[in-house]
Design a protein around this ligand. Structure first.
Ligand SMILES: [Fe+2]
Length: 254
């Protein structure tokens, strides 16, 4: 059976100047290294999701730099914003691949037997995230229209606590509307992948797997009371979807 793959790159924290150092790394260099590793193996049956914090400086020019990097595979790329992002700039620079449900950025793509969806958890002016009731309505409509029984959902913010109090204070807040929906239709969404936490993580909401992915820039050490950098290499996550089954791994790129 033909497998489809979804590559997740997250938390690029790019600046318009490729030389800029931030949190001990050059975000541009890390992103290029990881993007090159992913792009070299992309086939037509794959999708790439970049799950927020694309541009640390939130400048239009920085999104243009990102567009140049992604150019050869742009149609396979899906983007959602993080707390460090500018929705208007994303719409302007990526008009072909940025969708909206009216209030927020979103995407829904069919890949084999799967629906791959993204929701925008950004709250303007805040580090924490939120999913509004109208976004849950949109999500529900997508899955119902597609009669989907296999869905993979991307969010920037982590939907459950990861055991680091400082990070859990800036995760997804007011989870009620989304969690109520997940409980109502538990068979559809099989896994949720998030960014924001800059570390590998595996948890669950009932039967739904929740997977966190390292940043392409700097890493945070798991299970800490306060923010602490980790010296692990940057990386990406790949989900391999085969029929209704899935498996996933994090790949670090030196
Ligand atoms: Fe980030």
């Amino acid at each position: 059976m033909m497998a489809n793959r979804v590559f997740q790159l997250t938390d690029a924290h790019l600046f318009v100047d490729a030389e800029t150092e931030f949190c001990g790394v050059r975000p541009y260099e890390g992103f290029v290294r990881i993007w090159n590793a992913v792009a070299a193996q992309l086939t037509d049956g794959d999708i790439v999701v970049i799950s927020g914090d694309l541009a640390q400086d939130e400048k239009l020019e920085t999104y243009k730099v990102l567009r140049e990097l992604l150019a050869d595979h742009l149609q396979q790329c899906r983007l959602i914003p993080g707390n460090h992002d500018n929705r208007e700039a994303m719409h302007e620079v990526f008009p072909e691949i940025i969708q909206s449900n009216g209030s927020h950025i979103c995407f829904c793509s069919t890949l084999g037997a799967w629906q791959i969806l993204g929701l925008d958890s950004r709250v303007d002016g805040s580090v924490y995230g939120r999913i509004e009731a109208d976004q849950v309505t949109w999500l529900s409509a997508q899955l119902d229209t597609a009669c989907s029984e296999n869905a993979l959902l991307f969010l920037h913010h982590h939907p459950i606590d990861i055991g680091s109090p400082w990070m859990d204070a800036i995760g997804l807040t007011e989870r009620g509307a989304l969690f109520d929906y997940l409980q109502k239709r538990p068979a559809a969404i099989k896994l949720i992948c998030n960014g924001h936490i800059h570390q590998e993580f595996e948890g669950n909401i009932g039967n739904i797997a929740v997977l966190g992915t390292p940043s392409t820039a700097f890493q945070f050490r798991p299970k800490q009371d306060k923010a602490e950098y980790d010296d692990l290499a940057a990386g990406y996550r790949v989900m391999i979807l085969e029929g209704a089954g899935w498996r996933s791994e994090v790949v670090r790129v030196l």
